[in-house]
Design a protein. Structure first.
Length: 205
């Protein structure tokens, strides 16, 4: 089986729990969503076998691999996860949460771009319960788009960690405003933490 790979490159993890961690990034091509704010050019690709992917990742000294996209759940398989583990990698996946993921992933970072799916359907008088098709979530990362951002729909999604990340609009003035609003939100909801895109702040990929 061949996988559509956009790029494989070494860098520092710039966001969330593993911020600052040296890692290999495996960016897969394609996404099932079309977010207006997406800043990732993931449409181009080279077809690679799973063995070729592992061999390319092994060219770099770090053994933390971040599988991202696009949406990696469109292509990531249990066999590729197993091959990466066999090669000594800790496997982190960044997903929008809308699709199932294969088993065995070490850390799932979910950044939902639409409201979570209600699972199971709610009975009259029963509190809202949300679930994610991608399954267990280690880290939930919600984008703060401004004062309209509402954390309530995400409060009941089980996760180890909850993070709020200011949206990068490409406009420095607007970004400063959104950052201030994100800080205000986490101060009001202290079980959430602020997540910054440190790779952009220090000028790396």
């Amino acid at each position: 089986m061949k996988v559509r790979v956009n790029e494989i490159f070494p860098s520092l993890q710039g966001e969330g729990h593993f911020s600052g961690k040296p890692a290999v990034f495996l960016r897969l091509s394609g996404c099932n969503l079309r977010c207006y704010f997406c800043d990732t050019l993931h449409e181009t690709y080279e077809e690679m076998t799973e063995e070729e992917i592992v061999a390319e990742a092994l060219r770099h000294p770090m053994r933390h691999i971040v599988v991202t996209g696009g949406e990696p759940a469109l292509q990531l398989t249990a066999t590729l996860v197993d091959k990466l583990h066999a090669a000594g990698f800790f496997v982190q996946v960044e997903t929008n949460g809308s699709l199932p993921l294969p088993p065995g992933i070490d850390w799932v970072t979910c950044s939902p771009k639409t409201l979570p799916v209600l699972i199971p359907p709610r009975s009259p008088g029963e509190p809202l319960r949300f679930g994610m098709p991608c399954g267990a979530v280690d880290e939930l990362k919600v984008l703060c788009k401004g004062v309209e951002t509402d954390l309530t729909p995400y409060e009941n999604i089980p996760a180890r960690e909850y993070r709020l990340q200011p949206l990068d609009t490409g406009d420095k003035t607007r970004n400063r405003t959104i950052l201030r609003q994100a800080i205000d939100l986490v101060m009001q909801h202290p079980h959430w933490s602020l997540s910054l895109q440190t790779h952009k702040l220090i000028g790396i990929r």
